[in-house]
Design a protein around this ligand. Structure first.
Ligand code: PGA
Length: 252
């Protein structure tokens, strides 16, 4: 059984000074909804200046904290970047990699995403590797081809490891209010799992595949009822801890 994982992606939102109240409200709401660590994992992908504080507060409540991106090198002259060993030093064990906004605005490629994912794993940081097609690609019936191309270098780079999470995020569903239907999402997830199975059946059983794109408390149940959806990567709806707690609780 794959334990559900619900990840909130704050993107470039909220403030350092709001982190304590966010964690407090999330904790209270989850208690009221009878959430326990045994039922699902909670991960908060926060802006890098918040990482240390968020980790300190979140870990006391059984939540994990992730960076939103990393550089593939351990150190060096890369102004503005953060490395995996900096995360480890802060006690942060997770990072998003290859989010579509990183691909779109910061020129991340399938190859650089593979390098970053590998660097994370080598330092004991779990990457949540994001893939997904654009609207034009879906309309041109290229979804499977795009997913295959995005995943291939990652699978090659990570061969031998199963300590990562994938997130299927159709770009047309991110921040648009347009969620993929339960069936559309399941179909893509089943395809991604078939690519994992081609590597090894054990890998396909183990690796969690999250869905992302306009997830809310009103649509999480239908998505989570699908056999190949193991959790969610939630952007906008994670900014409100009350709403995010409902998404976590309804994901069981
Ligand atoms: P959204 O973002 O939930 O606001 O659509 C999801 C994501 O980008 O991870």
């Amino acid at each position: 059984m794959r334990k559900p994982l619900i990840a909130g992606n704050w993107k470039m939102n909220l403030l350092y000074s709001k982190v304590p109240s966010y964690v407090e409200v999330l904790t209270k709401e989850l208690q009221a909804l009878h959430w326990t660590q045994a039922t699902s994992g909670v991960l908060l992908a926060v802006p890098s200046p918040f990482l240390g504080l968020a980790r300190e507060l979140a870990s006391k409540q059984g939540f994990s904290v992730a960076a939103q991106t990393i550089h593939e090198k351990s150190e060096g002259a890369f102004t503005g970047e953060i490395s995996v060993n900096m995360l480890k030093d802060l006690g942060v064990d997770w990072t998003l990699v290859g989010h579509s906004e990183r691909r779109q605005y910061y020129n991340e490629t399938n190859e650089s995403v593979a390098l970053k994912s590998k660097a994370a794993l080598e330092h004991g940081v779990t990457p949540v590797i994001c893939i997904g097609e654009t609207r034009a690609e879906r309309e041109a019936n290229q979804t499977h081809e795009v997913l295959r191309k995005q995943l291939a270098p990652v699978l090659t780079a990570l061969k031998g490891s199963d300590a990562y999470v994938l997130a299927y995020e159709p770009v047309w569903a991110i921040g648009t209010g347009l969620t993929a239907s339960d069936e559309q999402a399941q179909e893509a997830h089943a395809f991604i799992r078939s690519l994992l199975r081609a590597e090894s059946p054990a890998l396909a059983e183990k690796v969690r595949i999250l869905y992302g794109g306009s997830v809310k408390s009103s649509n999480i149940k239908g998505l989570m009822a699908q056999p190949d959806i193991d959790g969610a990567l939630v952007g906008g709806a994670s900014l409100d801890p009350t709403e995010f707690a409902k998404i976590v609780a309804f994901s069981r």
